[in-house]
Design a protein around this ligand. Structure first.
Ligand code: SAM
Length: 227
């Protein structure tokens, strides 16, 4: 089956069944969950209203949406193997929030402009083919005043660590589902026009993580209209 949204956007299809199997197994390991579950809860727990989740993977974030805050989640994921796992989890452990899954890349979101109150991406922007285009798409589908919530591997601060990251990118992209662990995602978010409201650098060394909340600011005209 072809990935219609990817093809329409002139993008290569994304299909890494072996990485998907390994990743979903790894993310289920108790030691990994102990590290990631609190970060997922913190990031995803801030989502509210109608929520977009991009690169939803095997649905690892779904249990962390707060039913009292979230109306529904529209999750997109371009890789069939990940979608199968996400659907399996939703069936095995139903979530008290409507969640729909659509096969699509973040660079070509099948949603109208200004549709969502929040957008969530965890461990995704390191893997996407064109993160700047993906961020512009998220901007387009977020309402003015809407919130972007990210948890991402990012570029190391130290020049030696960043050099090592750069040197190993050919390996991480090949073995870890196109992971570019050396991307300056915070800079890309700000360059798209988002305003950061909360930034937290987690851990360091070779694999620093960024926890970031940002808002799509309202224009002056939109601010006037809302008064
Ligand atoms: C490391 S996994 C993270 C999965 C999940 N978000 C999590 O927090 O565990 C990266 C995910 O990004 C997806 N991905 C890769 N390229 C993408 C793109 N262009 N648009 C959206 N998702 C993409 C992959 O298929 C994979 O499911």
């Amino acid at each position: 089956m072809s990935n219609d949204a990817s093809s329409a956007a002139g993008m290569k299809e994304i299909s890494s069944p072996r990485f998907a199997a390994f990743y979903n197994w790894m993310m289920d390991q108790p030691v990994v969950r102990r590290g990631f579950d609190p970060l997922r809860r913190e990031t995803v727990g801030q989502a509210q209203g109608v929520v977009l989740e991009v690169g939803a993977g095997g649905g690892q974030n779904f249990p962390f949406y707060a039913p009292a805050r979230v109306v529904r989640v529209e999750a997109v994921e371009p890789d069939d193997a990940m979608l199968v796992e996400a659907r399996r989890r939703l069936t095995a452990a139903p979530i008290p929030i409507p969640i729909t899954l659509t096969r699509a890349p973040v660079e070509a979101l099948p949603f109208p402009d200004e549709h969502f109150d929040s957008a969530v991406a965890t461990l995704v922007l390191c893997s996407v083919h064109d993160p700047e285009r993906g961020l512009r798409e998220i901007w387009r589908v977020l309402k003015p005043g809407g919130t972007l919530l990210l948890l991402e591997h990012v570029r190391a601060h130290g020049s030696i660590a960043a050099w090592v990251q750069d040197a190993l990118v050919p390996v991480t992209t090949r073995c870890m589902g196109n992971c570019h662990w050396n991307r300056d995602t915070q800079q890309a978010v700000l360059e798209t026009g988002f305003q950061a409201t909360q930034v937290r650098q987690l851990s360091g060394g070779l694999q620093p993580m960024l926890s970031l909340s940002a808002v799509r600011p309202r224009t002056q005209e939109e601010r006037n209209e809302s008064h």
